[in-house]
Design a protein around this ligand. Structure first.
Ligand code: NCD
Length: 421
């Protein structure tokens, strides 16, 4: 994959010859605006920008200290900040906030943590840390332990690992798995498949000795996959995550949350398992493990600035330091005339004046994804814009409607309200 290779080369150059880049962004301004708490992400972005010779405008507590307090919309705030700076880093609790911000700011917006959905620069930090150890991610097996449902670092990481050809072993705390739909998108996007593996340690962590493993469809079938759920013998890395208590209704959480114990590391499965954690940690990763040769999480945190230097260079100086394949928002035909997004935490439902927007993905039947949070629009009926006739989604009539006349609806009532029958 050209992007990852170039990215790793750039990170290495930045580490080896920092002085070559010291003036690369002289005269540029970065604005960081954080609607959620942060230590590593904001400071490492700011450290990166300063090391490249640029200046910083920082709003570390946008909830308390920006015009948010006066009811200003995210999109107005972003439009103003974009007028003061050359690039913006945003953190926000709503899903899809960074895509909305990117529409308003008129300068590049970098996602510094977006609801529970994504934290792509953290994933680049994670990949860079592992790549430095291994030189490649292909065929490596990486477990992801904890609250993968609400943890944006976990979601972004799976995506990045699948893009790199690694095997992914989700080890969710009981009740904290991601939605089947999310996994399906990864399987189809990266041509992955799911198998099962087992190990007694998994039962201690997740309540179940059997776990799913996501791997490239073309992968050679090693000794791992002889039986239905053969014992996993070797885990290359374990990514531990904390319970995202701020994203859940307290009632959601009843059971015990998995915590790594020193004796877990004595299992042969864990013989050379690198331990990663995006931090901050809680009880799931006791400090007694910090001195272990496999513990890499503070090294991972140390990689934050240099990785973000590579991102800033590619964003603001593509003339010299482009990273091919580092693309802005997902492109594609947009559809505005649909109902609101079913995800309550989507920015399109929280922001005043923001109409819903949908991306149309043709695969082979049209699928509609929220242009902000990627939620599926739950189509039940399809209308024809010229005849105003309504048909059930899988009805034979639907295939006869010309593409430009297709009007999807989430319910018969929604269609009736627009005059379709
Ligand atoms: C993470 C985040 O904010 O999503 N922190 C980070 O950026 N390293 C993880 C977390 O808060 O648990």
């Amino acid at each position: 994959m050209p992007f990852l290779q170039e990215f790793h080369n750039r990170v290495r150059e930045l580490e080896r010859e920092p002085e070559r880049f010291a003036d690369a962004l002289r005269g540029k301004l970065l604005a960081t605006i954080f609607y959620e708490a942060s230590t590593r992400t904001r400071l490492s972005f700011e450290a990166a920008f300063q090391r490249l010779g640029g200046g910083i405008l920082s709003v570390p507590d946008a909830m308390g200290q920006s015009s948010f307090k006066k009811g200003e919309s995210l999109s107005d705030t972003m439009r103003v900040i974009g007028g003061y700076s050359d690039v913006v880093v945003l953190r926000h609790s709503a899903d899809g906030a960074s895509r909305l911000a990117a529409r308003s700011a008129r300068v590049p917006v970098i996602n510094g943590g977006d609801g529970r959905l994504g934290h792509p620069t953290q994933s680049l930090v994670d990949l860079a840390t592992l790549h430095r150890e291994w030189g490649t991610l292909r065929d490596k097996t990486v477990g992801i332990l904890g609250d993968v449902r609400h943890g944006r670092t976990a979601r972004s990481l799976v995506w990045a690992l699948a893009a790199s050809g690694a095997r992914v072993l989700p080890l969710p705390a009981p009740g904290f798995d991601w939605e089947a739909d999310f996994e399906k998108r990864i399987l189809s996007r990266f041509e992955y498949r799911v198998s099962q593996v087992s190990h007694p340690l998994f039962a201690r962590w997740t309540g179940n000795p059997v776990a799913r493993i996501l791997e490239p469809r073309g992968a050679r079938q090693g000794q791992l996959f002889l039986d239905d759920a053969p014992t996993l013998r070797h885990l290359d890395a374990l990514y531990i995550t904390r319970l995202q208590f701020e994203r859940l209704d307290r009632k959601d959480f009843m059971g015990a949350y998995p915590a790594l114990r020193p004796e877990d590391l004595d299992e042969s499965l864990m013989e050379s398992t690198l331990l990663l954690h995006p931090l901050p940690r809680r009880e799931e990763l006791p400090p007694v493990l910090d001195g272990d040769r496999r513990s890499l999480y503070f090294e991972q945190a140390r990689m934050g600035p240099v990785v973000r230097q590579a991102i800033f260079l590619a964003t603001l100086r593509p003339d010299r330091w482009a990273l091919p394949g580092l693309r802005p928002m997902p492109a594609g035909r947009e559809e505005e005339a649909l109902d609101s997004c079913p995800n309550e935490n989507c920015i399109s439902n929280l922001e005043v004046f923001q109409p819903p927007a949908w991306r149309v993905i043709n695969r082979p039947r049209a699928v509609f994804l929220c242009a902000f949070c990627d939620a599926h629009f739950p189509v039940t009926h399809v209308g024809c814009r010229s005849s105003k006739r309504l048909h059930p989604l899988h009805g034979p009539e639907v295939t006869k409607i010309h593409a430009e006349n297709l009007q999807p609806f989430a319910s018969r009532d929604a269609a009736a309200a627009r005059g379709y029958s």
